[in-house]
Design a protein around this ligand. Structure first.
Ligand code: ADP
Ligand code: MG
Length: 296
């Protein structure tokens, strides 16, 4: 969970005392993106506060990756405004947004196949232009590779990596630019249960170091464990945005995405958790929740 949001900085406390509400770190206002007339994202408005973790869920085709691309700058919206730190960035190129501190990972990982892991991260670090020299970028790369657990594999080529390592490399490349806002697009897909646990822990650590996070994920237990709030997309539209517990028990969200099986499993887990805490025994581990397939 976000610690930055529960412990406001001196400057934000001052701003609030003066009655000047700090603008959200990120704001989307009535953002629409159409592809050949078909809306992938439609009239989407939400904001992300400095220091929080916002989870974004929804079935395949709901518009999650499109939303990430509209924030990162890979796509320009058909209509609407994207603001970062109160500034309109709607027309800004991806590398300019990276310079401002917006970093993203890609759902379809695309490392440079002939470069090794370390070189891939150095390219990422140089992309935003924060590092003045290749030596500084290399130093930054080594630090982030250590952080994501890839230091020992630094010499492996992009094309030699496993799914889990490609996801870690995506994280490392994003972290290399010293982000203020980190956009994570399904970094846990294809990971084992243990690797999911490690990824959740890493996201918590990154957030606690002061980075605001927008995380798109299908692994329900991971997203509820790490998010301060969850936003649900359905056919490009926002249908819910609230605390994880509220969103996951929202009848519309259950009906449209989670399915009755998920709702029953969740109710049973909660009942079991309550019984066990009465008896004082630890809660049993539960299976990784899977998304209801075949919806979009
Ligand atoms: P999600 O990430 O939630 O699975 P996407 O954002 O990838 O969803 O896709 C949303 C919709 O937009 C889908 O119907 C998809 O086919 C369409 N779409 C996404 N990218 C493109 C594109 N570059 N060209 C045309 N259609 C696209
Ligand atoms: Mg996607």
């Amino acid at each position: 969970m976000s610690h930055a949001s529960s412990h406001p900085t001196a400057s934000s406390a001052q701003g609030q005392a003066l009655g000047q509400a700090q603008p959200p770190l990120l704001e989307l206002e009535h953002v629409t993106k159409r592809f050949g007339g078909l809306p992938a994202v439609e009239d989407l408005s939400f904001s992300v506060r400095q220091g929080e973790v916002l989870g974004m869920i929804g079935p395949n085709g709901a518009g999650k990756s499109t939303a990430i691309s509209l924030i990162g700058g890979a796509l320009a919206p058909t209509a609407g405004t994207v603001r970062f730190q109160g500034r309109d960035i709607t027309g800004l190129a991806p590398h300019r947004r990276a310079q401002l501190g917006i970093a993203r990972t890609f759902q379809i990982t695309q490392p440079f196949a002939q470069l090794d892991i370390r070189e891939n991260v150095i390219v990422g670090a140089l992309f935003a232009g924060h590092e003045r020299s290749r030596a500084a970028a290399a130093q930054r790369a080594d630090a982030v590779l250590e952080r994501v657990g890839l230091a020992r594999k630094a010499r492996l080529k992009g094309e030699e990596l496993t799914v889990a390592d490609r996801k870690r490399l995506e994280m490392a490349r994003a972290l290399a630019i010293h982000p203020q806002l980190l956009l994570l697009d399904e970094v846990m897909a294809g990971l084992t249960l243990r690797e999911v646990g490690e990824a959740v822990e890493l996201i918590r650590e990154i957030n606690q170091s002061g980075v605001t996070v927008l995380v798109v994920e299908h692994v329900m237990r991971a997203i509820t464990g790490v998010s301060d709030r969850i936003l649900v997309l359905h056919h490009g539209r926002k249908i819910a945005e609230d605390a994880p517990d509220v969103v996951l028990s929202d009848p519309r969200v259950i009906e449209a995405y989670l399915g009755e099986r998920y709702a029953r499993q969740r109710a049973a887990e909660q009942a079991r958790g309550a019984r066990e805490s009465e008896r004082g025994t630890p809660e049993l581990p539960t299976p990784v929740d899977t998304w209801k397939e075949g919806q979009a």
